[in-house]
Write a protein that binds this ligand. Structure first.
Ligand code: NAD
Length: 438
């Protein structure tokens, strides 16, 4: 099938490449000329495992191409996906200006007799589909189209496998014609398809992300009780998670959730529920617990180092999670900036995120020393903080790490290491909610 994706970011580019991989012809549109130039030159603007090969293979097979022209994309495609940003506003509600603009742009290029399915893949508040349809009709009275909601559930860091074999595909549609076309798009993926109305599909995405955030805050609240009582949150999480009704996923205690999705989606769901007159107070508590995790952790560091000013502190990790270069809303970045703001000399390392952290001005290299290796970051450090659970951090030569440091002290913000192993290496080790590692 001929598909167009408007917005070639984490969702749009990976979806486009995966659709091409199963045999569709895909045009990826972006209004960031620099991004389009890079993609046309074979460079991938984001890091996502497996993406580069996938893009190159499908470009070579002429199933995937890139343009800055919505008209080009819409002209050549039966189905037009929208995958542009939906950032939060100051009050937590969703800024829908990108979506509205794309709806107007689609209306501007739709030609008479050209039926198109306009699919919203961005995460949007319930009832956005209605607004998109109204907007297209307002700007193009004769337009022939249906609007479908098809929320995306990929996780950064494993976006390619998530898209190639998703747990489920949600299609929110009020039109049989559009639903049939969407089913054909997803036929090669052999995943269960749930067809709903448009509003329900939109709500599924916010409800799902809020629930996952709730699981994280739940285990973090349990971690605080573990610390106060001498229990071990990892064992508690294993014990809870072995119950099939609960599951072990998303029961990892630590510095809390971050990134470009969970914080904004929880905020959005709170705002949506308020607007609809049915406030969702539980989610306000989820946010409060999440925000408290970094504060508690920094307090722990401060308690051991006493004064942060002029202390040499090594931080491993900048991205909001491993296997991505995404540093948006990363708790690790907040931690680094807090320590630097308190006058500590921070030396930081991340396998993929450092460049973007500096490029997007989230970290000031005049205040934080960016290091080329984990070991370099540890030189003369009075403590090491693990802020993102990249696998490579677990496989370091900890004798060398200890020898490089001024003091063998580790604060593990993601419970990546085992307390026993770290103690065997001779470190004083603190984690989150772990017995004997308070
Ligand atoms: P992103 O910022 O990585 O990419 C968005 C792209 O859209 C950018 O390249 C931008 O230049 C482009 N764009 C903006 N306006 C445009 C326009 N008018 N025409 C053409 N291109 C335009 O964002 P993302 O992370 O891919 O997220 C997109 C949506 O998907 C958001 O609603 C997000 O909440 C949702 N989502 C994201 C993830 C994730 O893990 N990143 C997962 C599921 C859903």
């Amino acid at each position: 099938m001929d598909l167009c994706i408007i917005g070639s970011g984490y969702v749009g580019l990976v979806s486009g490449a995966c659709f091409a991989e199963v045999g569709h012809h895909v045009v990826c549109v972006d209004n960031d000329q620099r991004k389009v130039d890079m993609l046309q030159a074979g460079q991938i603007p984001i890091y996502e495992p497996g993406l580069e090969e996938l893009v190159h293979r499908n470009v070579a097979a002429r199933r995937l191409r890139f343009t800055n022209s919505i008209e080009d994309g819409v002209d050549h495609s039966q189905i037009v996906f929208i995958a542009v940003p939906t950032p939060p506003q100051v009050d937590g509600s969703v800024d829908l200006t990108y979506i509205e603009r794309v709806a107007r742009e689609i209306a501007g290029v739709l030609k008479p007799g050209q039926y198109r399915v306009v699919v919203d893949k961005s995460t949007v508040p319930v009832k956005t589909g209605e607004k998109v349809a109204d907007t297209i009709k307002r700007y193009n009275k004769g337009a022939e189209f249906d609007v479908v909601s098809n929320p995306e559930f990929l996780r950064e860091g494993c976006a390619v496998p998530d898209l190639m074999s998703p747990d489920r595909i949600v299609i929110g549609s009020a039109s049989d014609r559009a639903t049939d076309l969407m089913k054909r798009v997803y036929e090669p993926f052999q995943a269960p398809i749930l067809v709903t109305d448009v509003n329900s599909a939109e709500l599924i995405k916010h409800a799902a992300n809020s629930f996952l955030s709730l699981k994280i805050s739940y285990i973090n609240a349990v971690a605080a009780i573990c610390e106060a009582s001498g229990a071990d949150v990892e064992m508690v999480a294993d014990g809870i998670g072995m119950d099939k009704r609960i599951g072990r996923n998303f029961l990892n205690a630590g510095l809390g959730y971050g990134g470009s999705c969970f914080p904004k989606d929880v905020k959005a769901f709170i705002a949506i529920s308020k607007q609809l007159g049915t406030p969702f107070k539980l989610l306000e508590e989820v946010e409060r617990i999440n925000g408290s995790m970094l504060t508690r952790f920094i307090e722990k560091v401060r308690e051991k180092l006493w004064v942060l000013k002029d202390k040499n502190i090594a931080v491993w990790g900048m991205t909001f999670k491993p296997d991505t270069d995404d540093v948006r809303n990363s708790v690790a970045i907040d931690l680094i900036n807090h320590l630097a703001g308190a006058g500590a000399h921070v030396t930081a390392y991340d396998p993929k995120g450092a460049e973007k952290a500096v490029e997007w001005k989230l970290i000031d290299p005049a205040k934080v020393k960016i290091c080329a290796t984990p070991l370099e970051a540890c030189k003369d450090a009075e403590c090491l903080i693990l802020a993102t659970e990249w696998k490579e951090f677990a496989n370091q030569d900890f004798d060398a790490v200890k020898a490089a440091m001024h003091t063998p002290l580790i604060f593990d913000g993601r419970n990546l290491f085992s307390p026993e192993t770290m103690r065997d290496f001779g470190f004083t080790y603190y984690a989150v909610g772990r017995a004997g590692a308070k």
